[in-house]
Ligand binder design. Structure first.
Ligand SMILES: Cc1ncc(COP(=O)(O)O)c(C=O)c1O
Length: 459
């Protein structure tokens, strides 16, 4: 059962199919553009959508709004330094702001950021800084059904080849380990693997950074899957941060923030360059784009994020949801992550080719049928940085993200049943064509047009 009781509630919006058809049409058939008032269950993302605890709401009132040297910042800094062990702690308004600041300060032009998997904004920020994001998921990670427990691990042979090869890894500006690998299925990275990477990076003088948006869930999955059985999620998270030279962290995920992030850095000179950019573009170095009350409630959120009972429930709820979807006959990615359940929409709708976005077709029908919003993670999303020569998506996934402490098990039972209903008539769905798209991160704002069956055949 949920290890909390509900203290404030918000009514769900209920609409009918006709209303949702209008809403989706007006949104250019892109669920990111649909008004949240038209969505009954919103599983678009787990980012910034969690519920704050009573403790976090109480902490808001203690927020110190001084421009410089606020006590809320000092408490935040102490907490983050205690967690990460890094010398310099810079608050930023959200994860991608930290990405922009770090990559600009590292002068990525002509350089590579080497990763298990860059998240979409991370990849876009590498490209915008003139760099090249290289993702190296392993064969096991690419196998949708493999039960391998640490599919978030990067391809160590590929990293060795880069760093020890002829070029000596000169072009590698940093190695970035994403915990958990959201773009690849929310899979964890093993602590022993992170340590091996850290040793290799250190021997070549290449900095290792963590994209630690889901550091607590990653730590829990390490505990659950036998990497550090005698430890606690908090201890494992600490160990992870200590393998790295720094971290980028969105606080909109595991720490229940509706807004927030930080950059933690060991290197004094790099930290100074980052601080200059934070002050120029985010806000003074002791608030970095956040209000003092946000810092106060995030400090509390960091404590709650690694609470073992909460994490155990979070994982078991995701696992039960995945089982319910599998019982409806859907191909569900194994093993289950904490923050989302991923479905192989390409396999459900083999009649729609990748260029016509099968996962968009499934997601849109799920919205029309049941008012459930989900996210495509396929060729619409992966096409975002095609200009840098990256391949299109390897899979056409539908991601059902789980906001933290928001929906109960009965909400998820409703969703599982609705997904099953859509899958039962999936062969009748048709694909989409892009009408308009920006140069980067097109899935957020593109407009599309549904193809009818005869058009689809002709293409
Ligand atoms: C792995 C990962 N890194 C970075 C980000 C960016 O964080 P933010 O949304 O706070 O900018 C996200 C957002 O979803 C993410 O999942």
């Amino acid at each position: 059962m949920e290890p909390y009781r509900i203290k404030a509630v918000e009514a769900l919006p209920f609409t009918d199919r006709e209303h949702r058809e209008r809403s989706l049409r007006e949104a250019g058939y892109n669920l990111f553009r649909v008004s949240a008032e038209d969505v009954t269950i919103d599983l678009l993302t787990d980012s910034g959508t969690g519920s704050m605890s009573a403790g976090q709401w109480a902490a808001l009132m203690e927020g110190d709004e001084a421009y410089a040297g606020a006590k809320s910042y000092r408490a935040f800094e102490d907490r983050v330094r205690d967690l990460t062990g890094h010398r310099h702690i810079l608050p930023v308004h959200q994860g991608r702001a930290g990405e922009r600041v770090l990559f600009q300060a590292m002068e990525l032009r002509g350089k590579v950021s080497f990763s298990n998997g860059h998240y979409d904004t991370t990849a876009a920020n590498v490209v915008l800084a003139g760099g090249r994001p290289v993702d190296t998921r392993t064969t096991k990670a690419r196998d949708f059904h493999s039960p391998y427990p640490f599919k978030g691990n990067l391809d160590l042979d590929a990293l060795r080849a880069r760093l020890l090869g002829r070029s000596g890894g000169e072009e590698v500006a940093l190695v970035l380990l994403t915990l958990t690998d959201n773009g690849g299925g929310g899979h964890p990275v093993a602590l022993s693997h992170a340590r091996e990477i850290a040793d290799l990076c250190r021997s070549r003088g290449v900095p290792l950074f963590l994209d630690a948006a889901r550091y607590a869930e990653n730590a829990y999955l390490n505990l659950l899957r036998g990497e550090a059985p005698q430890s606690s999620p908090e201890e494992i998270a600490r160990e992870f941060f200590r393998t790295a030279d720094g971290a980028l962290c969105s606080l909109r995920k595991d720490t229940f923030g509706n807004m927030g992030g930080f950059l933690s850095i060991d290197d004094d000179a790099l930290a100074e360059r980052c601080q200059e950019l934070v002050v120029a573009t985010e806000g003074f170095a002791t608030y970095g784009g956040m209000a003092g009350r946000d810092l106060a409630s995030l400090t509390r959120g960091i404590i709650e994020a690694t609470e073992p009972r909460y994490l155990a429930h979070r994982y078991s709820a995701a696992e039960a949801f995945a089982r319910a979807l599998a019982d409806e006959g859907l191909p569900v990615m194994r093993p289950t992550a904490c923050h989302a359940v991923y479905i192989d929409a390409g396999a459900v709708m083999r009649h729609i080719p990748a260029r016509e976005f099968p996962a968009v077709a499934f997601a849109n029908e799920l919205f029309l049928a049941a008012g459930v919003r989900s996210a495509e993670m396929g060729s619409l999303e992966a096409g975002t940085y095609a200009s840098s020569g990256e391949p299109a998506a390897q899979r056409e996934l539908l991601r059902l993200a789980l906001p933290r402490r928001v929906y109960t098990q009965s909400h998820l039972a409703y969703v599982a049943e609705a997904v099953g209903r859509v899958a039962s008539h999936a062969e009748r769905l048709t694909g989409y064509e892009v009408l308009h798209q920006p140069r980067h991160l097109r899935h957020f704002t593109a407009t599309l047009r549904p193809l009818d069956a005869s058009e689809s055949k002709r293409r």
